[in-house]
Structure formats: C-alpha cells, structure tokens
Design a protein around this ligand. Structure first.
Ligand code: 5AD
Ligand code: SF4
Length: 473
C-alpha cells in the first residue's frame, strides 16, 4: 500500500525550536528586569484528543520559559483550546472568551490565544476577528506545531495573528509535552477522521485520517512506563482503523505489542467505531491481561433507519453481534457508549429501538447527547420536524432507563474484589483515596496517600449512583 502519511519535516520542527528559543530569550530579558518569570494559563474544552494537544501546548510554553498557573489573573498568556462538536461547547467558549475582556483591560500586555477545532471553522474565526478585538492569536488544529512561531509573532509584531488555513492534516512527532499527571497518560495513535457521520464536524476540522508509526507509538509508551505511568489510553477518532491507510500493523497487533512491554501498567483505548470492531480485536482483549476489559463502543442509535441516515455503516444487529461475541469471549467485559437523541427525522419509534438496545447491552455508563446542528455537515440540511420539548422528553426517558441499568450494574459489583488504580484523594474525606476499576468506574476506599499511583485490590461494599466504595484487601 502507498504510504500517505504527511509528517512535518524535521527542518520545520527545527524552525519552530528556533522560535521557542527566541520567545524564551524575550521572556528571560523581561524576567531579569521584573524579577519574575511569565505565567501561562491553558484550558481545554471537549475530548481527550484536545487534552493531549493541550499537553503539547503546555510543553512548548514551558520550553519558552512560561510557568503554568491556574489563575487567569496571574497569566501573561491565556490559551483556550476549543471544541466544536456541539453548540453548547461553542457557547461556553464564547462566554468565557467574552469574560477575558476585563482581564485584558487590567493587563493590556496579556496575550489571549484561541486554538482547536472551533478555530478551524472559517465562520468562527471571522466572528472572533470582528466581535472579540482583544483576542491576539487564533490558530486551528493544523497549526498546532507552529504555535511557537505564531506566539512569537503575536508578541513582537503588534498585530493580531490568525492562522486557520485548511489542510488534510499532518503528523508532528517530537513536540515537547508537559503531561497533566504522573499516573495516567494519553497517547494519540491517529488523527483526523474519514467517516463523515452526517452529524459530525470532526472530519472537517481535524482533516483526513492518518496514523502515527507503530515504532513512534511503542517508543512513547515504553518511555511512559519507564517513567512510572500506570495507565496508557490510546486515542483516535476510530482506533479500529489504525494504520489502514499506511503500511502499518493492525490495531489488534499494536495492542498486543504494547501489552507485551514489561512493567506494571494497563492499557485502554478510545474511540472504537463499531463498523471496524473486529473479532480479532475482541480476541486480543481476551488474551492480554494488561488490556482493560472495557470497551467504549458508541452506538449513537438503535434504529437502522437512523443509523443509515447518520452514515454509520452498521446495523443494530451488527452491533449486537460484536457485543455478544465480546461477552462470550471476555469474562467480566463492560461496555460504555455514546447515544445521540433527536437526530433529524428521528421518531419516537426510532428512539424506542435505541432504548431497547440500551436495555439489551446493559452498559455500565452512557454519554448522552442531544443532537446539535453543525454548520457544513450533511445533517444540517436534513428536515427536522420533532420539537425540542419532545427531544428533551426522550432524553430524560433515556437517562431514567440507563439510571436503572447503571444502578443494577453497580450493585452487581458489591461483594466483588476489583483491581483499582488509585489516582488521588477521595471525596469521602481525609484518609480516603479514589481510583478507577478496569471498567473505569470510580471506586472510593480508605487508604494511605502513599498508595496513590499504585494498583490495589478493593472489596466493594457499597454501590452509589455513579461510584462504588469498598475496603482495601
Ligand atoms: N450533536 C450531538 N452530539 C454529537 N456528537 C458528535 N457530533 C454531534 C452532534 N452534532 C457526539 C457523538 C460522538 C460524541 C463524541 O459526540 O455521540 O460519539
Ligand atoms: Fe465524528 Fe463519526 Fe468521525 Fe466519530 S467516527 S469523529 S462521530 S465522523
């Protein structure tokens, strides 16, 4: 097969390293005069891919001499990494950006930057240009690796910087990274999406599907494990089609190679597209202890008519087949899913098929969304006669049904001993820790802080709505 990956060439990355050095020098000169180093505030909206991108932004900022702060008022650079997947995420960004006007008035030298999926849409970039004159820097997802140059320009040119050029997308290896924690790490294995589900903006803002080399991924995972990370989550819009355009190993093989690395760690992955979830993948999860026996498999709808209109390319029967196979092969397997309510032309009959599927699968948890019209997608042009009030009613019905299932699933853990990765202080008060089980359920238990970052066994004594509690064994 033809190699189609377009990797950012080393010369371009070198140029960006030179810009990092220039910004660093500017900051160090200022620091000598003022006696304090500059601060950056970075906030990410939306999915884990955005969180992973923000870790690169923070890594680059750190190399440029910035310290991170949680207080916007203290920041010299503010970056919002935005999400375009639903309108309410965009509204939140606009609200929060609006609130920065006062910060800028107090500190006129503050650089305000917006990046991420929203900025890759022309109508949004135009709105920022017109209505938010205090925003200094706007760049889309395809310009992430050029952030040092863009920041340098924003700092020195005296004009606003907009870089939102479209692209099929690239892969930039070796960008600096400043990870948010020391226990769990995100590792993107592919970028972009070619599926064009009719409701979804992602293929337009993140470009064509492209996979990193397995060599680069394995190297990164090995380094993370050597550094002591205990959970690796592999990220992609459709991890099951990893490497399908490139001359690469399959996703199942990638998982096997990661699971074969020495060390005490576990692996998760998201998101799987049901159309590409293979029996080989299920067999791999069954065969490798280090791969969590939890599959996030977004179904979106249980109605074949709606699935077709969504261009999902599987039927409810195909989906249930793979669920059945996984339940058969992987002891204790758990599932989570994304469900969309109110897709154009969805009727109550369609929705009832979704409810039936949800009851049949018995998910541990669901991520539920009301359909949100996205400019430029196919679904945006579809006729929609259902009222918002009806959609909200169905949505509440779905939450009730899943609430019941979730409670039942959680209650079934009582008496079981689960392997939990302790990841921080618990909410039950001093002396309690919290962690996640293999199914990614929150588990609280009494234990010493020294166990944070360790795998422990917890006997579940109580099930609450969204969490479990238990005692250390
Ligand atoms: N409206 C509502 N939900 C959406 N998602 C993606 N696009 C939209 C949209 N336009 C949901 C899907 C997807 C999840 C990440 O976000 O359920 O799986
Ligand atoms: Fe969007 Fe579908 Fe691609 Fe997921 S697979 S990012 S829902 S187009």
């Amino acid at each position: 097969m033809v190699k189609s990956v377009s990797t950012v060439p080393e010369e371009i990355l070198d140029e960006q390293r030179a810009f990092m050095k220039r910004v660093y020098d500017i900051n160090m000169t200022a620091c000598q005069q003022s006696g304090s180093s500059p601060y950056a505030f970075v906030h990410s909206y939306g999915c884990q891919q955005n969180v992973a991108d923000a870790e690169h932004i923070k890594g680059m900022l750190a190399e440029m001499g910035y310290r991170m702060t949680d207080e916007i008022g203290q920041a010299d650079v503010v970056i919002y990494n935005t999400c375009a997947v639903r309108e309410n995420a965009e509204d939140r960004v606009f609200g929060n950006v609006g609130a920065l006007k006062n910060q800028k008035r107090r500190n006129p030298s503050m650089i305000i930057g917006l990046c991420g999926c929203m900025m890759q849409q022309e109508h949004i970039a135009q709105r920022i240009k017109k209505s938010f004159p205090f925003v200094d820097l706007v760049f889309g997802t395809h310009a992430l690796h050029a952030f040092p140059e863009l920041l340098y320009e924003a700092l020195t040119s005296g004009h606003r910087v907009f870089e939102t050029t479209g692209s099929d997308g690239v892969i930039a290896e070796g960008l600096p990274t400043k990870r948010d924690g020391h226990i769990k790490a995100w590792v993107p294995i592919m970028y972009g999406c070619d599926n064009f589900c009719t409701y979804c903006i992602v293929p337009y803002v993140r470009g064509r599907e492209r996979s990193r080399s397995s060599e680069a991924i394995l190297k990164e995972v090995k380094e993370l494990i050597n550094e002591g990370f205990k959970e690796i989550t592999l990220l992609g819009q459709n991890v099951n089609s990893y490497g399908s355009k490139e001359d690469e190993i399959s996703f199942a093989e990638l998982l096997r190679r990661i699971a074969a690395i020495d060390g005490d760690f576990r692996v998760r992955f998201m998101t799987s597209h049901p159309k590409d979830a293979t029996k080989e993948l299920i067999d791999t999860i069954a065969a490798c202890d280090k791969i969590c026996s939890h599959i996030h498999l977004p179904v979106q709808s249980g109605s074949n008519r709606i699935l077709k209109q969504m261009n999902r390319r599987y039927t409810a029967e195909d989906y249930l087949d793979i669920i059945r196979y996984a339940k058969e092969k992987i002891p204790g397997v758990t599932f989570t899913s994304d469900i969309m309510v109110g897709f154009p032309s969805e009727t109550y009959e369609d929705f009832k098929q979704t409810l039936a599927l949800v009851k049949q699968v018995e998910y541990d948890a669901l991520f539920t969304f009301l359909y949100s019209k996205r400019v430029g997608t196919k679904a945006a042009a579809m006729e929609d006669l259902t009222t918002d009030a009806e959609k909200s009613r169905w949505f509440r019905e779905l939450l009730e049904v899943q609430g019941e299932i979730g409670r039942k699933r959680n209650a079934s853990y009582v008496g079981q001993t689960l392997r939990v990765l302790a990841d921080g202080k618990g909410r039950s008060g001093e002396g309690f820790l919290t962690g996640r089980s293999e199914s990614n359920t929150i588990v609280d238990f009494e234990a010493d802080d020294s166990l944070i970052g360790q795998f422990v066994h917890v006997k579940i004594t109580e099930a609450r709505n969204a969490a479990l509690s238990g005692v250390l064994v």
